[in-house]
Design a protein around this ligand. Structure first.
Ligand code: HEM
Length: 154
């Protein structure tokens, strides 16, 4: 077992990097979409960098999950724990929604590779990333969240 309290701190602060990247990426996608730009090789590289930054949080998240007594305790007695908001959130909801969002981001990046030099790519990125951002933003345990709250800064 790794030191889960250390991974938790890294995971918690890395969230801010993810959020800043999401803002930058959203601005990039929307401005290129509005300018009706073709999707170039450089655009693919930029998209790839964003996805890699999200993938790092996916790996940290899974490392944390596999070392978190709170998250893993969910699987000890699913029928009872599904009724405990905090255990259910970290044991099931947060893990599955965040993994889904980052898999969708990887699928988009993979598809974009085969659409280099084509138009309409930014339109399709725009349409999918709205959902990806929504999933991520709604699955973060914000300090003000009515579902499960955690401090914004540890
Ligand atoms: C974009 C992706 C993600 C973001 C932004 C994110 C963000 C967060 C935040 C802000 C916390 C609360 C940290 C704190 O208490 O200070 C947290 C906790 C946690 N996250 Fe994530 N997370 C992401 C992906 C994942 C993934 C993919 C997994 C695992 C499969 C995961 C597993 C966990 C676990 C297990 C905890 C709580 C652990 C504990 O308290 O013992 N996260 N996450």
């Amino acid at each position: 077992m790794l030191d889960s309290s250390f991974i938790l701190i890294v995971h918690s602060y890395y969230r801010w990097i993810v959020l800043v990247m999401m803002l930058l990426q959203a601005y990039w996608i929307i401005s290129r979409y509005k300018q009706e730009k073709k999707f170039s090789k450089i655009d693919f590289k930029i998209l790839f960098v964003f996805t890699t930054i999200f993938n790092i949080q996916l790996v940290i998240g899974w490392l944390l999950y596999l070392n978190s007594t709170l998250a893993l305790s969910f699987w000890n007695d699913i029928a009872t724990n599904v009724k405990h908001r905090q255990i259910r959130f970290f044991g099931l909801e947060h893990m599955s929604m965040m993994t889904l969002a980052i898999i969708l981001s990887n699928i988009q990046t993979y598809r974009a590779y085969y659409r280099i030099n084509k138009k309409e790519v930014f339109k399709s990125l725009f349409k999918t990333y709205i959902w990806i951002y929504f999933i991520i933003l709604s699955s973060i345990p914000w300090s003000f969240s009515p579902l499960t709250s955690r401090p914004n800064f540890r």
